[in-house]
Design a protein around this ligand. Sequence first.
Ligand SMILES: [Zn+2]
Length: 154
Amino acid sequence: MRKPKELKVKPIKNGTVIDHITSNKALHVLKILGLPDGKSRVTVAINMESSRYGSKDIVKVENRELESSEVDQIALIAPKATINIIRDYEIVEKWKVHLLDEVHGILKCPNPNCITNKREPVKTRFYVINREPVILRCHFCERLMSEDEIESQF
Ligand SMILES: [Zn+2]
């Protein structure tokens, strides 16, 4: 049986392990993923040692396999996160989250006069103009949004 060696926390039998989360961002990650969901067992490890990045957070979600469309959203605040899908203690799938060039619908524009904040519902749309740190630009009003502003929404 192949053991997931790099996972310092106790292995899970089935589910998803999100590794290499930027340290102290695990709780934001949970919010983006809508966890805990009342069903899945969730373990959070904050400020763990990481040979690659100094320190990191880890989130384990038992008995739930997250889809890439769900987890790619966490690239906004944890751009180096890796997703491990575990079945019967083995990693059957592994990938890095990928921040897309555009972010649709997840965030609100901080500009109160932006059309997306008016009464008629217009889906927000931001362009990723910088990745580290993340800076977004609103498609409609061109307002820039910093990482702090992104985090304050979760
Ligand atoms: Zn805007």
